[in-house]
Design a protein around this ligand. Structure first.
Ligand code: DGL
Length: 263
């Protein structure tokens, strides 16, 4: 059981940003990653559709005997994790939510920007997180409409992406944010461009490391950490473009296997 893989899924390539944090912290763990790029972006879909897609991904990961499932997608977490936990009561799910709390605690200007998908920003989980952690803080939310398709197309640093980001950041900068929360797992791939566009005093924050730490904590608690000192194995499945998914994994040193699967 300890050597069973950790399952990770996202609407596409974005969750690889989370996978990298998990792999850095837990290099002995075997993993299976599902990039549901054929159905991206999830952020434009209804809650019912997001739940249906999350169930499909979960069923596939469970068929590979995954010992724990990481929902490496803010949109799927905020819309579907409650359903998943109720439906698969004996499975451990780790979710990801925008890092509102640490940003709010550290903000000096008391103004925090949040860039996320429509699906995340409109979810009740997001609203309740803001309500319970952001008292006395101004939260400037912006839907990153159009960003996920550009990242999925391998155009994270393109002119088009820069133009969109400028539009999204303008109202945040006008309100003097000093923290920008990346509320979508695709967005860490925008950090080089964001650093070009943002003044130096604006900190960029995401939840990747926190998810990795939580994954370790849950595996430890359930005595499921892989302690076998074998080389870990990593399978990446995409239902769209193999070279694109591979291009997000170029700096990974471990042996990885990226293949097409119709799921
Ligand atoms: N990577 C996703 C997230 O964290 C989903 C983006 C999308 O498919 O719209 O929200």
């Amino acid at each position: 059981m300890q050597s069973n893989p950790i399952g990770v899924f996202d609407s596409g390539v974005g969750g690889t940003s989370i996978w990298k944090e998990i792999h850095k912290l837990l290099p002995l763990e075997n993993t299976i990653y599902l990039a549901d790029s054929a159905n991206a972006p999830y952020g434009e879909k209804s809650t019912e559709e997001i739940i249906q897609l999350s169930v499909k991904n979960t069923e596939l990961l469970l068929s590979y005997n995954c010992k724990l499932i990481v929902v490496a997608c803010n949109t799927a977490t905020t819309n579907a994790i409650k359903y998943l936990r109720n439906t698969y009561a004996d499975v451990s799910f780790i979710g990801i939510e925008p890092a509102i709390k640490p940003a709010v605690l550290q903000s000096n200007s008391k103004t925090v920007g949040v860039l996320a998908t429509k699906g995340t920003l409109s979810s009740s989980l997001f609203h309740s997180t803001v309500k319970s952690h952001a008292e006395g803080i101004k939260i400037i939310e912006k839907e990153g409409k159009g960003l996920v398709p550009l990242i999925e197309a391998g155009k994270a640093s393109s002119k088009e992406t820069k133009t969109l980001l400028k539009t999204f950041l303008a109202p945040m900068l006008a309100h003097n944010i000093d923290y920008l929360v990346l509320g979508c797992t695709h967005y860490p791939y925008l950090v080089p461009v964001l650093k070009e566009l943002l003044p130096k005093h604006v900190n960029i924050i995401d939840s990747g490391e926190a998810v990795a730490r939580q994954t370790k904590a849950v595996l430890t608690k359930n005595s499921l950490l892989n302690t076998l000192n074998n080389k870990s194995s990593h399978r990446f499945y995409t239902n769209a473009d193999v070279p694109i998914l591979k291009s997000f994994l170029t700096e990974v040193k471990s042996t990885i296997n990226v293949v097409y699967l119709d799921f």
